[in-house]
Design a protein. Sequence first.
Length: 496
Amino acid sequence: MRSTPCCPAGRRNAGAILALALIVARLLEPAAKLATVRMLDPATASHSLGEMLGLGRVAAKEVYAALDWLGREQPFIEARLARRHLKNGALLLYDVTSTYLEGRCCELAQHGYSRDHRGDRPQIVIGLMCAADGCPVAVEVFEGNTADPLTLSAQIDKLKQRFHLQRVVMVGDRGLLTSARIEQTLRPAGLDWITALRLPRSSSSRPRAGRCSPRCSMTATLAEITSPDYPGERLGWSARTRCWLSSGPATQELLAVTENDLTRIEARVQRARKPLRGAAAIGQAVGAVLGRRHMAKHFQISIGDDAFSFARNHLSIAAEAALDGIYVVRTNLLAAQSDAAATVRAYKSLSGVEHAFRSLKTVDLELRPVFHWTAPRVRAHVLLCMLAYYLEWHMRQSLAPMLFDEPDPAAREQRTSPVAKAEPSPAAQRKAVRKRTDPAEGEPLPVHSFHTLLGDLATLTRNVVRLGGDRLAAILATPTRTQHRALDLLGLTPTA
């Protein structure tokens, strides 16, 4: 990989070098800042990162100072990343997640909708911007009770004022780019969008399909339509509404699970020993069951002080079944700018942001637990993890031939329909079956996950030996064939 610094030479100070060490250490061995100090300090180092960067002795206060420096440099760093990966008119993927905090001192810590299923903990909300290929560009931290759509205004300001981008296509899910946000935020800012509609559940309020457009591309799984329910977005104007539909699974499993839970409550009310009594107590138990899976609309409930009964609401279930699994992707782009298939693919590319969140929070970089007490340091910690993912993302692109990752994304996209499930490319299928790299790329070698390949590279040792008197020499172990291939893909030459 290229080692182009994010900061000009005049700003590459000791804090910047130590911040770089924190980013690399987060990728190699995610840990608390105090544990990272021990990894970098020569007296307790578990790897040679500190020595290779010439850090010398590392104190905890220096690490926290470097973290503070990184937080202050966030506008500059993100502007450089945006200049490298975003252009006017480009797709911009945006999504939101949350993560809980340790402690309650941070002013950002608030109770809200927890995606970690930890409603007992205060949390923060994180908004992540990525380029169309999933490369992270910018991150923002909000108070934990901030609704997803309300994070959008800050991102628009960042795009316009800091990145100087006047026209981008914002891609977000239906809970984020709502009709209200489109009308109040995106449209006044002059931005385009690709999102999905929230489908009404009652047949009386279901949006009318309208007439098919002259360019209708109706197939078994894909259709392009217009709707009179959006009169402000007329066909032929730049604000043209276009919708794509696909079918999906029903909700029978959720109904069965909910019905089973209600049956248990019914048994509690009818039992002879210590029965559940009181309309309030019964209603509380029933409400918890129905609210857990949002199934209240599908059941008819009767509650008394000593009685409880329920039955399925077949009319409601039938009405939802008509829409179950259907999603409607909406954009104001003209057909010449993005046809139906390209728009569906753009919306489905949000999976790249979901992969980033999964990597940041769990499998790779372990953003949690967050122990910092102040808002600036919490924000700097999240930025640090995002930059570590930026490094990982580029490494994965280079190392793809040696990983179980998809080595040929273009081949994977060759599908008969963009709403069909993406299948691995032939090269990826061969790797999965053989567990060896493609012979066409040289000698077949074992295929790795990203972490096992890092572990393999970690065995490439650097030894310091004494050659008589006080003369010291660093000797690098000879790379194995796997290590040599990985270093070649990364464009690196090992030096002692």
